[in-house]
Design a protein around this ligand. Sequence first.
Ligand code: BEZ
Length: 208
Amino acid sequence: MGLRLGDEAPNFTAVTTEGEISFHDWKQGSWAVFFSHPADFTPVCTTELGRTAALKGEFEKRNVKAIAVSVDSVEDHHGWAPDIGEVGGTDLNFPIIADPDRKVSELYDMIHPGEGDTSTVRSVFIIDPNNKIRLTLTYPKSVGRNFNEILRVIDALQATDANPIATPADWAPGDRVIAAPTLSTEEVQERFQNVEVRKPYLRFVDAP
Ligand code: BEZ
């Protein structure tokens, strides 16, 4: 069975472009965006890893570390890194795991045989500081991911961890939020500003 939300993200050791790591030690105390790409020296992947490098400051603001994986060798990753830097406008600044024996990719169910070959699809795992899997995404090889959406979802997860709220469709940071259904409307009135009761179970409030 694949990994589910709420599961502990499995630990592993692996060789990366920044040396050998133990995953849990490497991310200790941080959130992680752990994502797979099909292959080095391919166009969509180059844009994705370049974008991730360019977003380093945004990830740092949110206490997030990024790490990528593919079934290529660490020598290939090092050979490809200058292209990532050139395309993203920033040197490669996060580790890429070399997984030629597919140990990590299989552990995280990132190889989907129906997708044509034995390389990884575009999986994303957002993992919290307690190593719990909080979000998964799976994109096909031909479609690059939206890294603004990855940042948005991290913002939503961090906001909903900090307060009894949820985020509505298309929410963006700064938008109003929804009071948790577990609170009575009286509690919502006491706790939040500018409460709008659209339905007894749908109470929009200002983000705390
Ligand atoms: C790409 O990164 O462009 C790519 C990789 C594998 C299959 C399709 C596209």
